[in-house]
Ligand binder design. Structure first.
Ligand SMILES: Cc1cc2nc3c(=O)[nH]c(=O)nc-3n(C[C@H](O)[C@H](O)[C@H](O)COP(=O)(O)O)c2cc1C
Length: 205
């Protein structure tokens, strides 16, 4: 099949891309509103933007059913645009997959998805937004860019603090992938584990 995406409806573009770009890592993004209400939601349009300065990126697409901006975007925006300008990326893992998925359900602004999903807000060290207590790895970020890409918004933040559970990491900063047990998103309700791996040897490595 040959497809011209420029003539394709946005929902079909999304269906196609989430089936082809797989598996996607999942950022469980926790934020806080200007009046102090914590929020958490998953984003699988997610990657590393730079390792110097260490920066993470995720994309907020679409809006809530009432047409307003998703709470994560609202909170991660710069202060001059009505947000807090901070967020935490928590790495999704097997231990809280069901709770993570529940945080993807839409709620009116001001309803805490932490409570709804059964996740624990834990204090961050540098930013105001809480991290997810169940996560083994959390990156505290300050928003540096919000880039419009058509109807979506690419949010980039510089990592200002990292929490990694001690048993996952050695003194050379190597992370034990089996212990981390990160999960990835496929299409629909499908997810993958990251424990089935294989090695590809290259010259010198
Ligand atoms: C695993 C998973 C990944 C998701 N990835 C994205 C994404 O990359 N971008 C997006 O806009 N919404 C994504 N969603 C949907 C949002 O999480 C959902 O719209 C959520 O209600 C937004 O919450 P908020 O209003 O609290 O920000 C995803 C949902 C799930 C379950």
């Amino acid at each position: 099949m040959e497809i011209d995406p420029r003539g394709l409806a946005a929902d079909l573009c999304n269906r196609l891309i989430i089936g082809c770009v797989v598996p996607r890592p999942i950022a469980v993004v926790s934020t806080v509103s200007v009046d102090g209400m914590p929020n958490v939601a998953p984003f699988s349009y997610f990657t590393v933007a730079s390792h110097s300065p260490l920066s993470l990126a995720f994309t907020v697409g679409g809006t809530k059913s009432d047409g307003t901006d998703k709470d994560t975007l609202r909170n991660a925006r710069f202060a001059e645009d009505g947000g807090v300008g901070e967020f935490v990326v928590n790495v999704a893992d097997e231990t809280y997959a069901a709770e993570m998925a529940r945080t993807g359900e839409s709620h009116p602004f001001g309803v805490s998805e932490f409570l709804h999903a059964g996740l624990t807000p834990a204090p961050s060290l540098v930013v105001k937004a809480p991290r997810v207590g169940e996560a083994s790895v959390s990156f505290e970020c300050r928003t540096t860019h919000i880039i419009p890409v058509g109807t979506a918004r690419l949010v980039i933040g510089e990592v200002v603090h990292i929490h990694v559970r001690d048993h996952l990491i050695d003194e050379r900063f190597r992370v034990d992938a089996d212990k981390l047990a990160a999960i990835g998103r496929m299409a629909g309700n499908d997810y993958v584990r990251t424990r089935d791996r294989f090695e590809v040897k290259t010259a010198g490595r």
